[in-house]
Design a protein around this ligand. Structure first.
Ligand SMILES: Cc1cc2nc3c(=O)[nH]c(=O)nc-3n(C[C@H](O)[C@H](O)[C@H](O)COP(=O)(O)O)c2cc1C
Length: 183
């Protein structure tokens, strides 16, 4: 269980701000927890299959097992069109699975991926965290809702934002790094 699972979603790959900030997050986790091993699932190099028929296959089994075996999950999120990259939505469609990651009881749905620490490393061209957000924040609110539904409720988000805004973008990464603290 001493595994950190890192999910990469950006087509910018090594240059992606979500991946770069994630490296800072993971390094700081490792400082506190040198016993942890890091496993990367690159959704751009290996995109999940679309759920074109309601039958889960080997990809879903493997992705769920990987999550179950991870104590910490770090999702690197490029903001695309007010939302998450399509590859990340496809991954979510593969891991939200009745009887595996959630179940229905008499009191309602219950998430089965409990006891995990979840970090989001979110990169965006606009600024969403301040008093005057660039637009509606579907990215963080959606991930919080759907990953909470499967039991991952212990969430901390870090943002590198304003990457398209002159006057902000120049120092955006350094500012984001300052905020990365691991309990
Ligand atoms: C297809 C596409 C759509 C984007 N849509 C948004 C958006 O809706 N809001 C925003 O703030 N930035 C948007 N951006 C800018 C990205 O969020 C920004 O480039 C960010 O750095 C992406 O993360 P990454 O560096 O990890 O790839 C978009 C970029 C691309 C390529």
């Amino acid at each position: 269980m001493n595994q950190i699972l890192v999910i990469e979603t950006s087509p910018l790959r090594l240059e992606a701000s979500s991946n770069r900030l994630s490296k800072v997050i993971v390094d700081r986790i490792l400082k506190k927890r040198p016993d942890m091993e890091v496993k990367v699932r690159d959704l751009v190099a290996n995109p999940p299959p679309f759920l074109t028929h309601l039958e889960f296959g080997a990809y879903s089994d493997e992705a769920i097992a990987e999550l179950m075996n991870s104590e910490i999950v770090v999702i690197n999120v490029a903001t695309h069109n007010y939302s998450i990259p399509a590859v990340l939505k496809a991954w979510i469609d593969q891991i939200v699975r009745a009887g595996k990651t959630f179940s229905y009881s008499a009191t309602g749905p219950e998430g089965l991926l409990k006891g995990k620490k979840l970090y989001l490393s979110i990169a965006s061209g606009g600024v969403y965290s301040g008093p005057q957000p660039t637009g509606p924040d579907f990215t963080e609110s959606y991930l919080k809702a759907i990953l909470g539904f499967v039991g991952m409720t212990d969430l901390t988000s870090f943002r590198v934002e304003g990457l398209a805004i002159p006057g902000i973008k120049e120092t955006a990464f350094e500012k984001a790094v300052e905020f990365v603290t691991i309990d």
